[in-house]
Ligand binder design. Structure first.
Ligand code: ADP
Length: 446
């Protein structure tokens, strides 16, 4: 595959597609993860700010009397409060409130209705602009670059008059620092993951191409074998014709040539027919009409049909129907006929005179079993797994002599597979062979 430009380009494209798709998915996931993380931190912070602001808001509102006036009660609620214009004694950066609570990093600001700062508490950022927005939640950026999350609440006096604003906030620098780390991790992690994805894609594309490449090789092998098989009889015909088409050729020579041409064209047409069957089956599978086929009749008919051929070779061919009920399978009668015929033809071809061939039928729920057994020359065990390959002959000279092309068992195997069955061989050299076909029988609800 490495040296085949078409496969290399396809592999590259496939790997590119994999890597591209995975890259998009990874990037979307990374952005999603980042966003989800940032949102979850902000929402947690909002919740905490809300809880501080809510506690103060509920306590303060009942005690406020005059709009824009900071009553001493406010300082009782927020001991760390620093009133604008007075000297602040509490230098602590923590926000103390309601005597018991103390929150690090928070700040509080009280503003009158015009937005004038009245007092601050906690870690108040001096660089942060004072804004009164209609939206309660704001994310503000201070002049030093730090960002703050702030909640502004309108306070009312005990008589329900607007008093001013209370702003509770917290610096986002800790969160921003954390998110910078996450960005760094993603910036390094994402390209590294992409590198791994590219390598994995290349490997996966190679794996995905393997079966395609194998079938391409098989196709090439098949074409080469078919061409070779076609060339042999054609070469024989041509050589005979050339030898006969000379001025000194006699009538006997001409007859001999005609007989050779007849024999070779017969072989050619059998070969072409076999090739057609195989390619049709490759193309359509079992799209040929499936009907219930009775194997009992099929076996007896075939044995009857081949008995003359067996007799001519001085062989005994018998049918053993070991069932008393019809064995019915769903499939193509024509193909099943060819399957058993191929096995019987082989048995006749590879059994020497006075041998015996038996074709039996039995059932082994849920299968119908046909066995073609002969007392022929047998097949060496090393060769047995290969005899079902296209154009494979155990001994090409021996097989060619019988007119075989090495496609008979390949066709039989393809037919069995199309019928969801199995084809097995047991054989011993010099003793004989037994081919067993197992076909699933028609179920009562089929
Ligand atoms: P061919 O057309 O050459 O017979 P097949 O595909 O039918 O091709 O068979 C493949 C090979 O398997 C044959 O070349 C033959 O050597 C071997 N073979 C098949 N059937 C038998 C058998 N019944 N006894 C011995 N050898 C067999």
């Amino acid at each position: 595959m490495k040296h085949h430009p078409v496969f290399q380009t396809t592999r590259l494209r496939l790997a590119g597609l994999y890597a591209g798709t995975m890259g998009v998915i990874l990037t979307i996931c990374a952005i999603g993860f980042y966003e989800a993380m940032a949102r979850s931190h902000i929402s947690e912070l909002n919740h905490r700010i809300e809880s501080v602001a809510g506690t103060l808001h509920d306590g303060l509102e009942a005690s406020l009397q005059e709009p824009g006036k900071l009553e001493p009660i406010v300082q009782k609620f927020v001991p760390s409060l620093c009133v604008i214009g007075s000297r602040c004694t509490d230098q602590s950066t923590a926000l103390h409130y309601l005597s018991v609570f103390q929150e690090q990093g928070y700040y509080i600001r009280f503003l009158d209705l015009s937005g004038e700062l009245l007092a601050t508490g906690g870690q108040n950022p001096l660089e942060l602009p004072i804004q009164i927005e209609t939206e309660p939640w704001q994310t503000l950026a201070a002049s030093d670059g730090n960002r703050y999350r702030q909640l502004s609440l309108l306070l009312k006096t005990a008589r329900q008059q607007p008093w001013g604003y209370m702003q509770v906030g917290r610096s986002l620098s800790e969160l921003d620092g954390h998110m910078v780390w996450v960005r760094w991790i993603l910036a390094i992690g994402l390209p590294s993951a992409m590198l791994l994805v590219i390598m994995a894609s290349w490997w996966l594309a190679g794996q995905a191409m393997q079966p395609v490449y194998r079938s391409y090789q098989q196709m090439q092998q098949f074409t080469a074998d078919a061409a070779h098989e076609l060339r042999t009889p054609l070469a024989a015909i041509q050589a005979n014709l050339e030898a006969t088409l000379t001025p000194d050729a006699t009538d006997t020579d001409a007859w001999d040539t005609l007989r050779t041409v007849e024999r070779q064209t017969g072989r050619l047409s059998r070969l072409v027919q076999d090739l057609l069957i195989l390619s049709r089956m490759d193309l359509q599978g079992l799209t040929t009409r499936s009907t219930p086929c009775q194997l009992n009749d099929l076996v007896t008919d075939l044995v009857e049909e081949f008995s003359a051929l067996a007799l001519a070779s001085r062989l005994s061919l018998t049918a053993n129907i070991l069932v008393h009920t019809p064995v019915i399978v769903i499939g193509s009668e024509e193909q099943l006929y060819r399957l058993v015929a191929n096995l019987i033809t082989n048995a006749i071809q590879y059994t020497s005179a006075d041998g015996q061939i038996s074709v039996s039928l039995q059932r082994e729920e849920p299968y119908g079993i046909i066995q073609v057994a002969d007392t022929g020359i047998g097949i060496p065990s090393l060769e047995q797994p290969r005899i079902f390959d296209r154009f494979y002959r155990v001994n090409s000279d021996r097989s060619r002599h019988t007119g075989g092309s090495g496609l008979g068992l390949a066709i039989a195997q393809a037919i069995v597979q199309r019928h969801q069955g199995t084809l097995q061989v047991e054989s011993e050299v010099g003793q004989g062979s037994r081919f067993t076909v197992k076909l699933p029988m028609k179920r009562s609800r089929d």
